[in-house]
Design a protein around this ligand. Sequence first.
Ligand code: ADP
Ligand code: ADP
Length: 597
Amino acid sequence: MRIAVLDRDRCKPKDCTHECQRFCPRVRAGDETVTFEDSIYPRIVENICSGCGICIKKCPYTAIHIENLPEELDKDVSHQFSFNSFKLFRLPIPKPGVVTGLIGQNGTGKTTALEILAGRIQPNLGNFESPPDWSEIIRFFRGSGLQPFFERMAQEELKVVHKPQYVDKIPKIAKGVVEDLLDKVDERGLAKDLVDILELNEVLDRALNVLSGGELQRVAITAVVARDADIYLFDEPSSYLDIYQRLKVAKVIRNLVKEEKTVVCVEHDLAILDYLSDHVCIFYGVPGVYGIISHPHSVREGINIYLDGFLPDENMRFRPESITFHALPTPSDWASEEVIIEFGKMNKSFDGFSLEVNGGEIHRGEVIGILGPNGIGKTTFVKILAGLIEPDEEEIQNNDIKVSYKPQYISPSFEGNVRMLFLKTIGRVFRASWFKSDVIRPLGLDKLFDQQVDTLSGGELQRVSIGLCLGRQADLYLLDEPSAYLDIEQRLEVARTIKKIIETRKAAAFVVEHDIVAQDFISDSLMVFEGKPGIEGRVYPPIDLRNGMNNFLKSMNVTFRRDLKSGRPRVNKLNSRLDREQKEIGEFYYITKREHQ
Ligand code: ADP
Ligand code: ADP
């Protein structure tokens, strides 16, 4: 079967000469393969398109995608928004008493699938012109777990609650104080316990609009779990949380299945997805064009298949290369390089919080990962180095360095498209060929150039901000949580891009990152923050990855083993045999012995 998708953000039918129609060999032969009859946009008729690809090449705005897919998928279409738009094949099958994890590249339909399971989108089976009614939908899914699911949904017997992806938008739709919000939704009388477990007592009397991203995330999760529903859907529950909070949230979500609830969760932090899920469904396809959902696999097998890029039961390679992990830190060569910045002891106090920085030195070419719980002063430290906050006392030598900073929360206030934003911010660099090959292409920014900045999704905005940060000329790059809202492929690509730019620019970077797997990919060395979140924080000079991970995970009381097949890190159950053994030998993350795998 053939699918043709038109990217309406890029298509500019008033500015071009309708090349897609003019050059189409089928149109020239008299067919109505591409028409402009009922819309200003072209309509590409899939079943008479020959798939020659000429329109793809001729379109000046690269707005057309044509893909050839196996014929048998034709009977699996679960949803299509409109003519020549994204097509979703199959759906995840929710199961009571099981956490189903969804994994896949951004733009392959995970949110759409969650919206369908939440009852907000009625699946149209590809027939957007005269959508089927419930009886037809139920007949379509006959024999699968989705049949009883949609039967109950059609009867309005199914109560579904949904934690949305972008928690930062919650204060715009919900007003008031945390405690009042939680009181309203506490249908199971669990809110108080959840507030204790997720450590929200201190924010109960605060208004939603003053909460940090991590606090909003935990309030949103509490509000969803406290509701009495049959289906619980979580879209990226770990964004803005530290690893300790991620594991707590994972436990809270897992407890739902003890009560035979049905839980479906989209998550990009591999270690957390692994810890959280029983089953995994893989989304693959071409982002923005089509998404296919795999059959459910056990969590270990599912994540390994995803990393491998090959689905054995469908004989389908969906990524040309596999994603691999190293069991030991990779040696880096920055150590011989010159010191770029040296800072001595520094202190900074706010009302109720104090930060103690115990000096350090940073070399050219070095990427320093910053690890630590939320509220411990990481952002404050980064802002001091960026010159955005004055320390109370300082001993920074060589303070004339130039700094480029990507903050944790990105709020676009730019009117115009992404190209204009780049031109205005980094002008000359934007046109440089190295910037195109080392930043624009790897981060997929060229596809966003014509999009208005205020319409970008969280992940798109994140990549744009990283691109802008790396495009500025600086000695020191500071990136606060660059992986938020990115999928696994993008996280690894961002890690590679940061490393490459730091190396070629002979600069240095600090990267605050809670995804342990991503942090391991990005950093050459680590700075670990300790103390009492919200009260006091301390940080010591950068140390190597192995010691840094060990110090950090020791303070978090978490150990990781390695998956024998993929080498990826997996969280050990607290007090399991491996957890105890690894703690005894002091290896919390990197493992050399085979028996520990
Ligand atoms: P993911 O959650 O995996 O990132 P989404 O389900 O959000 O993917 O989006 C998949 C594709 O569907 C995207 O290309 C998006 O632009 C498209 N899409 C989402 N909602 C709509 C809509 N209402 N109309 C047309 N296209 C849509
Ligand atoms: P992290 O980045 O590790 O989450 P932050 O550096 O953002 O931590 O914050 C550390 C502590 O300092 C928090 O308790 C926060 O509330 C407090 N804090 C940060 N900035 C200010 C400020 N401008 N005024 C008062 N308190 C602040």
